[in-house]
Design a protein around this ligand. Structure first.
Ligand SMILES: [Zn+2]
Length: 187
């Protein structure tokens, strides 16, 4: 892999936020293969926040609005992980809902363990649920604060985990709700 190849793919700007200053190569962690496909051209601001040298700032990462549409899997992985970091914020959740990762990319994204709590979140069969999974509701749920019933059998895609392993979050009828994990079944 040459730096030149990565720079060409990136179009000489940060592959995450499009900044054109202080660019360097960043190896996306937990990749099965190292090299061109797992290396991004990113700016200093992105690098510092990705490596933990500075605290990730929500305002900076709104740039992912564009990055989630990148055809580059390594960009998708970083975007997915960072959006999960901010998944308590509506804008981040909205972007996550729009993202589509193929299976291999999804596995790579989850390999960091970013979505795992200390205690696993389990569905009604005791199957471990991960952020990004699709579940089906196994009973009608009356949702507090909204005027509809989430029907049994409803598919909830791209779920999020919560700090409480008994709860997941997901979008039903366009509304983001908290769902009891034990009332779901992994698809
Ligand atoms: Zn950047």
């Amino acid at each position: 892999m040459s730096e030149q190849q990565v720079r060409e793919r990136a179009g000489q700007c940060c592959e995450l936020c499009k900044s054109e200053v202080s660019l360097s190569l960043y190896e996306v962690p937990d990749s099965a293969v190292k090299g061109f496909d797992s290396t991004l051209l990113v700016c200093q601001t992105c690098t510092n926040q990705l490596t933990g040298q500075s605290t990730p700032e929500a305002n900076h990462w709104r740039c992912l609005n564009d990055a989630i549409w990148s055809p580059t899997p390594a960009v998708q992985v970083v975007a997915w992980r960072m959006l999960h970091h901010f998944s308590s914020e509506m804008w981040a959740q909205d972007l996550l809902d729009m993202m589509y990762l193929d299976d291999a990319t999804q596995q790579w994204a989850e390999a960091s363990g970013v979505a795992s709590n200390n205690e696993p979140t389990l569905d009604s069969n005791g199957v471990v649920l991960n952020a990004g999974d699709t579940v089906h509701l196994i009973k009608d749920l009356n949702v507090k604060g909204v005027s509809f019933t989430a029907k049994r059998g409803t598919a909830v895609r791209n779920i999020g985990l919560s700090d409480n392993p008994a709860h997941i979050e997901g979008r039903v009828n366009g509304t983001r709700i908290v769902i009891i994990a034990a009332y779901t079944k992994k698809a």
